[in-house]
Design a protein around this ligand. Structure first.
Ligand SMILES: O=[N+]([O-])c1ccc(O[C@@H]2O[C@H](CO)[C@@H](O[C@@H]3O[C@H](CO)[C@@H](O[C@@H]4O[C@H](CO)[C@@H](O)[C@H](O)[C@H]4O)[C@H](O)[C@H]3O)[C@H](O)[C@H]2O)cc1
Ligand SMILES: [Mg+2]
Length: 354
């Protein structure tokens, strides 16, 4: 039987520590001789991050994670939309709508759903499709996005409806303050999110939205970063406090989780649209339900710090100029691959210090 949704899924529950990320971190520590640095690194291994299901093949790992997590929360990212990352190049995925992507994506979602239904006593929290709907708000001028907009919506709605039958608590990706927080973007964003929520049947398992995934914004900035000028929503708190009432007026009392995994340092970018392997970034506030904002269920680490945002190899198929840009640390490996030097910077720049 499907469990009934019971408010904030994080309340009173421990969060399972991703074995996959911990193994990456231990391998990183093994490459380091400095004992003080090694000690800092080992602390990262015990901070829970989300496990990204960025290929169909990774669904086979899910039963093992569910078994290991037991009654602790398993945090996953659903991230295999066909024509993925439609306005960028670095994180393009394995599926395309032109190549049976819609059906394959449903198989991907069905596989995740079946694994969760087969496991008893688990609590799964899922971030749904980073960047996807945000791209439909701001990048319909890019034919790679406009040509798939209806299919993106249909695929996301399928994911929401299907995963809800397994009692998965879902937070739909909502970009960040520097993407959808702009005055020109926030109302169209609210309209789209409310439309998706309604289309998906307004399930209480569609808990709300995830913000700042794989980005670097502060939850609450001491003062606005200069790059934010023109946008009064200069941090995630302002963005969320502006967006939530808009959704409520559309009938969705959405809650939020905020990715602060790489938010330890501010004023590190020359432009807010820069997002790839940003130099100077540090691990941010550690995951907690003590958020200080009733809209926010939890502070989380969604993007596992140290996994690359995209390659700086200009001859690579997935080369995105953002990853060779002025703010980007180079040389960088392919998206998702371990970026050791960048990880060490995150450790050394961490705030709070590790
Ligand atoms: O002065 N003004 O009034 C005014 C008004 C409007 C302005 O325009 C806004 O400018 C914003 C930038 O400031 C743009 O935001 C950027 O949009 C990019 C996608 O297009 C995002 O990139 C994604 O980032 C993800 C990780 O977050 C990656 O995983 C993913 O691969 C990658 O594609 C950037 O984060 C995000 O910061 C807005 O679209 C744009 O509408 C600007 C000024
Ligand atoms: Mg990306």
């Amino acid at each position: 039987a499907v469990p009934t949704a019971s408010g904030n899924p994080y309340t009173g529950k421990s969060v399972w520590n991703s074995e996959y990320y911990a193994s990456e971190v231990y391998a990183a520590a093994a490459l380091v001789t400095d004992t003080a640095l090694k000690a800092k690194i080992s602390k990262v291994a015990s901070i829970p991050t989300f496990t990204w299901f960025d290929t169909m093949a990774k669904v086979a790992d899910l039963p093992g994670y569910l078994q290991a997590a037991g009654s602790s929360i398993l945090q996953i990212v659903v991230y295999d939309l066909p024509n993925r990352d439609c306005h960028a190049n670095a994180s393009n995925g394995e599926l395309t709508y032109a190549n049976n992507g819609a059906a394959l994506y449903q198989q991907y979602i069905d596989g995740i759903t079946a694994a969760i239904k087969a496991s008893s006593g688990s609590t799964v929290v899922a971030v749904i499709e980073p960047d996807s709907l945000a791209n439909l708000v701001t990048n319909l001028s890019d034919s790679r996005c406009s040509s798939v907009q209806d299919q993106y919506k249909a695929s996301v709605v399928y994911a929401l409806k299907t995963l809800a039958t397994a009692g998965v608590y879902m937070y739909i990706d909502a970009g960040h303050a520097g993407w959808l927080g702009w005055p020109a973007n926030i109302s169209p964003a609210a309209t789209l999110f409310a439309q998706i929520y309604t289309s998906a049947g307004s399930s209480p398992f569609i808990r709300g939205l995830a913000t700042n995934v794989a980005n670097y914004n502060a939850l609450t900035a001491a003062s606005p970063d200069p790059i934010t000028s023109g946008n009064s929503n200069y941090d995630e708190t302002h963005y969320i406090n502006a967006l939530a009432p808009m959704l409520a007026s559309s009938g969705w009392n959405a809650q939020f989780i905020v990715d602060l995994g790489r938010s330890g340092k501010q004023n590190i970018r020359t432009a807010w649209g820069n997002w790839c392997n940003i130099k100077g970034a540090g691990f941010g506030l550690h995951p907690t339900t003590n958020t200080g904002n009733s809209y926010i269920d939890a502070i989380v680490w969604v993007k596992p710090g140290g996994e690359c945002d995209g390659t700086s190899n200009t001859s690579a198929v997935r080369y995105d100029s953002m990853c060779g840009g002025v703010d980007a640390k180079v040389p960088a490996p392919e998206a998702g691959q371990w970026f050791q030097d960048y990880f060490l910077d995150l450790v050394n720049n961490a705030d709070p210090a590790l």
